[in-house]
Design a protein around this ligand. Structure first.
Ligand code: SAM
Length: 240
């Protein structure tokens, strides 16, 4: 298993585990003292640690040796309109698994999600990072309204806007037409809420230079489905 910890990772460091983490390792994964655990903190790369059990529900980890050097956070920005909590959990995890290094909730006219629970969002990104093997936690940017999110994007960042009303063109050709795969620009992806973007919002997004509206096919996808589809597509065509 891989665990994200806050502490510095140096040989010999003893890290007491929180009860939930100890319970997960000892009783859910049924790991014993000889089973290695991999740790990362977003700064020091990945380290192997030994599990030192000190009770049925308490344990600590003894840091042993580095297994992978630190890698920087991915540069892909994922902008999304919050969804209802269960789907938002799923979307946050998929965005991280699919390579988003920065995620930003964007409030739009038809955003349905109730008050955004940023702590829950953070917990989902940590869980996804542990599961998919990245060494840097994604940055969760402050939730803002659409105009602010667009203005905050660096002009050179290509914005891929998922638009179910866009012409049914070849998405790969559309991406290749917007950027040179040989030297891809920094990227951002924008997916709307379950209620879709308003006409004004579409106009605002399309008015931004360096923006490509992408159709993901003739069917209406749920926002979290669109997230996985577009992130996979963008990275397969323009991933660095
Ligand atoms: N306008 C949709 C409708 O008529 O039901 C509602 C929006 S859809 C459920 C949620 C979001 O997923 C959209 O705002 C868009 O960003 C993305 N999306 C869904 N289907 C898509 C498609 N075929 N092509 C591109 N984006 C799509």
């Amino acid at each position: 298993p891989r665990l994200h910890v806050e502490q510095d990772l140096v040989p010999g460091a003893v890290l007491p585990l929180e009860r939930a983490q100890a319970n997960y390792l000892l009783n859910v994964l049924r790991r014993g003292p000889d089973d290695p655990v991999l740790l990362f903190n977003g700064r020091d790369g990945e380290w192997r640690a030994a599990l030192a059990q000190s009770g049925r529900k308490s344990a600590s980890l003894v840091v042993q040796e580095a297994t992978r050097p630190q890698t920087p956070r991915a540069d892909l920005h994922y902008l999304f309109a919050p969804l209802k909590s269960a789907r938002l959990d799923y979307l946050a995890q998929k965005a991280v698994e699919m390579g988003a290094g920065t995620i930003r909730p964007v409030f739009t006219r038809f955003t349905q999600g109730e008050r955004l629970n940023v702590e829950r969002l953070r917990a989902n990104t940590v869980e996804a990072a542990e599961q998919c093997g990245i060494l840097s936690l994604p940055e969760i940017q402050e939730a803002v309204r659409l105009p602010v999110a667009l203005a905050d994007l660096a002009p050179e960042r290509l914005l891929v806007f998922c638009d179910e009303d866009a012409a049914l063109s070849d998405p790969i050709a559309a991406l290749r037409g917007a950027a040179d795969p040989a030297s891809p620009p920094p990227l951002a992806v924008l997916v709307g809420p379950e209620g879709g973007f308003s006409a004004e919002e579409r106009a605002l997004i399309s008015a931004r230079p360096n923006t490509v509206a992408l159709s993901l096919g003739p069917r209406i996808l749920r926002a979290d489905t669109a997230a996985v589809a577009v992130l996979a597509l963008v990275q397969s065509v323009l991933g660095d």
